[in-house]
Design a protein around this ligand. Sequence first.
Ligand code: P6P
Length: 338
Amino acid sequence: MAEPITLVQHIKNTGREHPEAAAELSQLAGLLGDVAAVGKTISREVNKAGLVELLGLTGEVNVQGEEVKKLDDYANDTIIKALERSGHVCVMASEEVPDPIPVAAGYEGPYAISFDPLDGSSNIDVNVSIGTIFSIRRKTTAGPAGTAEDLLQPGRTQTCAGYIIYGSSTILIYTAGFGVHGFTLDQSIGEFLLSHPDIKIPAKGKIYSANEGNYNYWSEGAKKYIDYVKQVDKATGRPYSARYIGSLVADFHRNLIYGGIFLYPMDYKDPAKPKGKLRLLYEASPMAFIVEQAGGDASTGAEKILDIVPTGLHQRVPLIVGSKEDVELAEKFVQGKV
Ligand code: P6P
């Protein structure tokens, strides 16, 4: 049986295979090690959430005398506390915090990190898989302190992106631009061990993921695409199977492994103010980096996710992501070319 490879070992091995990136990867290993440690902590809390929730019913304090926090607040606090004095980051953006989060003077590091501490947390009460999503880029502004400018960079400038999915097992997926790799948490030793080396998403899938309850708010093109995948045509593998969990990390991860397409199209409920739901900086952009590294594609329907220049920390975009052939066809439908 092959020797188990930890996350940090894997990153350092990548540095040996790509000497030109060795210094960057060695610095990144420090930050990713801290992210993995946070993932272990959140995994432990997520796994006992129901119990805590039950105990928490006695009021604000649970049986251990700890304050009962909502899980996503807990995850957010845990990540910020772990990174603010790590010496790896100069500024942070969190789905839970309106403004950029500075780090203490003297503790600044070379990276700007954006994260969704617990994506899909509304599902925790029904025991559906949820996850932490992160996006890391190198600081580009002068001086030690990070700024919003260090965060508001196009997705193509990401140094690293990944997610931790808290499901039947806890799996960390990351890319640093040298492929996509997955690590499963071995609870018995508290280590993430390489379990999914060099993940490649199938060029074409047989699964589509969309909340069809919103069908009537979509553009004609988006509707036509969903109608298309449901038609019977054996030559093109249709109808596709519908799978929708309602937790981006879980829907994305399934499609990454099996192939398929996830769509959260533009919502025209108010035709004067069409809007996306998913956030660019810490949902769409990291998933786009991962899927492109795995051979897939990610688009708003009009443009590639990784090309968008962000205008705000919590900017929302439509997201069509997954197997390359499926995403490219969906783009044609949305653009009215089919
Ligand atoms: P809807 C969870 O709230 C989330 O941000 C993503 O994880 C998920 O893909 C999406 O929203 C689900 O949205 O409108 O289908 O419930």
